[in-house]
Design a binder for this molecule. Sequence first.
Ligand SMILES: Nc1ncnc2c1ncn2[C@@H]1O[C@H](COP(=O)(O)OP(=O)(O)OP(=O)(O)O)[C@@H](O)[C@H]1O
Length: 247
Amino acid sequence: MTLVLSACSYRYGRVRPYVLRAFSYELPDGLTILLGPNGAGKSTLLKLAAAVVVPQAGRVSYGNLSSRSKEFRREIAWMPQSITPLPSLTAREYVAYVGWLKGLSRTDAWERAQQALRRVELTEQEGVRTTQLSGGQIRRVGVAAALVHDARVLLLDEPTAGMDPRQRRLFRDVLAKLVEDGVQVLLSTHDVADLAEEADHVTVMDRGRVLLSGDTGAFLVEAPEGTAPGRVAEGAYTALLERGEQV
Ligand SMILES: Nc1ncnc2c1ncn2[C@@H]1O[C@H](COP(=O)(O)OP(=O)(O)OP(=O)(O)O)[C@@H](O)[C@H]1O
């Protein structure tokens, strides 16, 4: 099954300019990194793909499921840029609550919350109040919440922002396991070098357009000749944006 945006147009209000216009995109298998400068339209793409907002034109589908269907919402999970901890809820209660909102029974939600927290390696913190978790931990709670109903597609808006290197490592391992289990992941980030070399695919956007979408090798070869090792992803990204500006 493939998540597809077909000729989608979206703007935030009738008098505002379109952020995406007749925008089409097909999510590849595996882990895809979504790159682009501030305001490129990455969050908007993720929100459309998650059916959090509805396009003014075009359609979003997953296989033969329309984004308007309840089944679609079960298959696709979205994690927003910021997760608000709820003072009265522990990590497990938070995840179970999201599961319940997604239509699971209370018992199921409670059981699955435990499993989801195990998947993101937060078992030890399951009884800790969400307000007492670190920024990286609360993001992993967000991923657990996104996973609690066994979604097949995970849309993550800047999940690694503010994580320290150890949290990042852990987070990468969690993602790698999910991808191994067949979950498709689309992840936006400003950390070009951080993940690009591990991803299966890279999509680069600017001003509502896709500048490149392909496997990671096709992205990395965009780096100018002579780019220092360790700077290849950054070089490729900059070269693509510079070329995109000339179009
Ligand atoms: N709620 C909103 N109301 C009005 N305009 C918005 C809203 N959200 C986003 N926009 C506008 O839509 C455009 C694309 O924003 P979007 O958040 O999708 O970009 P982005 O690539 O995710 O940026 P960033 O990297 O800064 O998060 C920007 O011009 C932004 O100002």
